[in-house]
Write a protein that binds this ligand. Structure first.
Ligand SMILES: Nc1ncnc2c1ncn2[C@@H]1O[C@H](COP(=O)(O)OP(=O)(O)OP(=O)(O)O)[C@@H](O)[C@H]1O
Ligand SMILES: [Mg+2]
Length: 367
């Protein structure tokens, strides 16, 4: 069993609070991704789990064991870093076996484990080469191999793919997921790339300034972001945000941005009726627009707006538009068959089931 439990973990470096009262339960064999902007405390959290960084406050358990005072080598974890620093003078085989040798694992056992890891990673043919005779992706695999041979209960990955080019990164992403299935190990994976987080994590933990913003499955975070930060961080192109006020008229509630006025669905209206006077930020994802043709009857649940097209970016199967409604600029992604023309007006519909409202004060999501 290798569940990992963080209980009210805080890390202070003098004046800097790098990790602020983080509590998190990672299940055995789960793939959890810590994601957030630079400096939000991802590496520090990982290093505390590994035992490379002392904990200022709180407790960490691996399995059922409190590990606060346990040396890194006794935690049965393996960490893979962004800069994987292979020993240049050693062959791939020896690079992979080195940690085991240090731990006095027998020669026979070392050989067995390296062979098995090489097989899993598809690098059997490279064992006799030196690191400089390998491509970036192959080197990354060797670094993974070095972790795999340890048979750890928990793998800790700190941006292991960020040195690879875009194509290789996508490929290694898939391979790491497959590896996770095969190894049956718990994984804590750090990245600042939300696409990597979305595609790899069973669950994602979004951090900002050392604080957990939200924990959830990729789709939970995408569809129900807890606050403005998560809403803006997860998803590409990013969600559109427009300051707005709510108006109550004829027992309906409208979002009024100053540029356009759209009715909330009754189910949504009931959630905000008691606080219409507050200030809000209206949020809509680029894909929640659709083009309205002139002859079309109104759709239930969709509200019309008129916008001007400023930029047209063909993405292949879709087209991304930069549009303005009065003073506000937004991104809308439409099908490639759109009739949108540069500098002309366009009639759009917004899917009111998919909209979000955040409190301007504090950014908390209320819808
Ligand atoms: N040894 C240290 N001494 C002082 N401050 C530190 C130290 N290590 C990290 N910090 C600070 O703690 C905060 C969190 O750093 P951390 O390395 O965990 O961020 P990160 O989320 O991994 O960022 P990145 O995406 O840039 O790797 C930052 O403000 C950083 O400057
Ligand atoms: Mg880091």
């Amino acid at each position: 069993m290798a569940n990992v439990l963080l209980k009210n973990i805080t890390k202070r470096f003098d004046q800097v609070v790098a990790v602020n009262n983080v509590s998190l339960e990672i299940a055995d064999r789960e793939f959890v991704v810590l994601v957030g902007p630079s400096g939000c405390g991802k590496t520090t959290t990982l290093r505390m789990i590994a035992g490379l960084e002392e904990i200022t406050e709180g407790d960490i358990y691996i399995g059922d064991q409190l590990v606060n005072m346990l040396a890194p080598k006794d935690r049965n974890i393996a960490m893979v870093f962004q800069s994987y620093a292979l020993y240049p003078h050693m062959k791939v085989f020896d690079n992979m076996a080195f940690g085991l040798k240090m731990r006095r694992v027998s020669k026979e056992e070392r050989s067995k484990r390296v062979q098995k890891a090489a097989e899993i990673l598809g690098i059997e043919a490279l064992l006799e080469r030196k690191p400089k005779q390998l491509s970036g992706g192959q080197r990354q695999r060797v670094a993974l191999g070095r972790a795999i041979v340890r048979n750890p209960d928990v793998f800790l990955f700190d941006e292991p793919l960020s040195n690879l080019d875009a194509k290789l990164r996508v490929q290694m992403r898939t391979e790491l997921k497959k590896l996770h299935d095969r190894l049956n190990a718990t994984v804590v994976y750090v990245t600042h790339d939300q696409v990597e987080a979305m595609t790899m994590g069973d669950r994602i933990v979004v951090l900002k300034d050392g604080l957990i913003q939200q924990v959830g499955t990729p789709l939970e975070l995408y569809n129900q972001p807890a606050n403005l930060f998560v809403a803006g961080f997860i998803g590409s192109p990013a969600m559109n945000f427009i300051p707005c006020q709510l108006l109550e008229e004829d027992s309906k509630i409208y979002v009024n941005t100053g540029d356009f006025k759209v009715a909330l669905l009754d189910s949504v209206a009931s959630q905000v009726r008691s606080a219409v006077e507050e200030k809000y930020i209206f949020g809509i994802r680029p894909e929640d627009f659709r083009e309205k043709s002139p002859e079309q009857k109104p759709y239930v649940g969709w509200e019309p707006i008129k916008a001007t097209v400023n930029v047209i970016e063909p993405l292949g199967k879709e087209i991304s538009l930069n549009i303005t409604t009065g003073t506000n600029s937004m991104t809308a992604v439409l099908g490639a068959d759109t009739k949108a023309k540069l500098h002309e007006d366009i009639d759009l519909l917004m899917n009111m089931e998919k909209i979000h409202l955040f409190r301007k004060e504090g950014g908390e999501a209320i819808v």
